[in-house]
Design a protein around this ligand. Structure first.
Ligand SMILES: NC(=O)c1ccc[n+]([C@@H]2O[C@H](COP(=O)([O-])OP(=O)(O)OC[C@H]3O[C@@H](n4cnc5c(N)ncnc54)[C@H](OP(=O)(O)O)[C@@H]3O)[C@@H](O)[C@H]2O)c1
Length: 429
């Protein structure tokens, strides 16, 4: 074993960073044996230097993260600050000064992944980010390495624990959205401002990263269609149950049937109770991968939290340190396929539509005609009437989002349709 240690700069010592430092210290001997050289925490950059940080020698703490990454003797920079700046500049500076980088920063990777990969490659350095998607769950490396010989067609995932906790509560207790959100906040599963989670921004960043890796194509955050889950109601859950489904906020990355393009999207969707993702409870995450040769794979586990996320960071740290000792670098960006990323209109899926209609003869035929005129084929239809008004629940066969949009627009114009109560996609069949 080499005796000279590999030096690690830790940028950020919050929920994740403090756990990274703890595991680096408590597992130092094992890490050294697995890497082939000791790893030394050379500095820890934070915002508030006076905060007590158990187990971290005070002399390692600095507020000058830039000076730390510019030292020149740092082998690996672990970025767990989060956000775009100063994380982006610090990572770029780290590459310029000869370090490799491990990051957990989904927002930055989704926005600037291509530029950061290019910077790493220009400096013969590694950029690893297993922790950026689904916390502890090994996903980036399986997609990047284990499935490198296969062809991934679809990635369907629950990649946000906060929203899964809320939807699971609504499903199991019949609670409304606000009540379930309040409970998630009280238990620490939702932040004071839950926008990034409940509006799907966090999941969209992860979808962009996953789609890019799965399809060897650059997929930017702006390419991801996004709908939050704040409009999901107890009535939607009741409707889902009627057709043997539950509701999840899904990140869906898909190759088109002809293979010529890809799509990435985040939205609430009904999935059958028989689908493995339907049984993902509480704040857990799971990602379902469909590929040509392997078939269906499911990755499941804790998608957040200090210690689980630090596990993924440490795995990357070991890999990057091993690469460094052997004078090699791991896989960089793979975007050779450069497939076009299509918009939502091209997505093909099934739909559950709930309409408020007049309860009189001929309405059903009128509605069915509109669906047929737009090329959307109906799978099932259920009508419930009461006091001259009725609700009509239609579940379609697979149709494009554009065709469904046209259908709904035409339905709204019918005198007999009082309103479109809800539209939800049905996935996972
Ligand atoms: N938390 C999770 O469960 C989780 C899961 C997966 C991925 N991630 C990702 O991991 C990253 C870190 O998340 P976190 O939850 O650990 O965040 P956090 O608890 O807010 O910690 C952020 C850390 O960065 C430090 N910091 C902030 N601005 C800084 C600056 N300008 N210079 C130096 N240090 C600065 C803070 O210093 P102070 O301590 O002085 O405030 C703090 O130590 C994010 O990219 C996040 O998306 C988190």
């Amino acid at each position: 074993m080499r005796t000279r240690p590999l030096k690690v700069a830790l940028l950020g010592c919050g929920v994740v960073g403090s756990e990274v430092a703890r595991i680096m210290t408590t597992h130092a001997d094992d890490l050294a044996a697995r890497i082939g050289a000791p790893v030394e925490l050379a500095g820890v950059a934070v915002r508030r230097p006076s905060k007590v940080r158990e187990g971290i020698p005070a002399e390692l703490i600095t507020t000058d993260a830039t000076a730390l990454v510019k030292r020149g003797d740092i082998d690996v920079v672990v970025e767990v600050i989060g956000g775009i700046e100063p994380a982006r500049s610090l990572i770029t500076t780290a590459f310029e000064h000869g370090a490799s980088v491990v990051s957990a920063n989904k927002a930055l990777l989704a926005q600037d992944g291509a530029a950061l990969h290019a910077a790493a490659e220009n400096h013969d350095a590694d950029l690893y980010y297993e922790a950026a998607v689904a916390g502890a769950i090994p996903l980036i490396r399986p997609l990047r390495e284990s499935l490198a010989g296969d062809k991934v067609n679809r990635v369907l995932g629950i990649v946000n624990g906060t929203t899964n906790f809320i939807l699971d509560k609504m499903d199991s207790t019949g609670a409304g959205y606000q009540e379930a959100l309040d409970e998630a906040t009280a238990l620490g599963y939702a932040e004071a401002d839950p926008t990034a989670d409940v509006e799907g921004f966090d999941a969209a960043a992860k979808a962009a990263i996953l789609a890019g890796i799965a399809f060897h194509t650059r997929v930017r955050l702006d390419d991801v269609y996004r709908e939050g889950m704040t409009e999901v109601t107890a009535a939607d859950f009741a409707a889902a149950k009627q057709i043997g489904c539950t509701i999840k906020l899904l990140a869906i990355c898909e190759r088109a049937a002809d293979g010529g393009s890809v799509t990435a999207r985040v939205h609430p969707a009904m999935i059958p109770l028989t689908h493995p993702l339907a049984s993902v409870r509480g704040a857990y995450n799971a990602v379902f991968v469909e590929s040509d040769a392997a078939g269906q794979l499911m990755f499941y586990g804790p998608g957040a939290g200090g210690s689980p996320t630090a596990s993924a960071v440490l795995g990357d740290l070991v890999a990057v340190c091993r690469n460094r000792l052997s004078g090699a670098t791991g896989p960089g960006e793979s975007a050779y396929a450069a497939l076009p990323v299509s918009g939502m209109g091209d997505v093909v899926t099934r739909y559950h539509i709930s309409l408020d209609v007049a309860d009189k003869p001929g309405v059903l035929a009128q509605v069915a005609t509109v669906f047929a005129e737009h090329g959307v084929s109906i799978d099932t239809v259920r009508q419930q009437g009461k006091d001259g008004e009725a609700s009509l629940v239609v579940v379609t066969h697979r149709a494009s989002d554009a065709a469904l949009g046209g259908t709904v627009e035409a339905l709204r114009k019918l005198d007999t349709v009082r309103g479109v109560a809800s539209i939800m996609r049905v996935e996972g069949e």
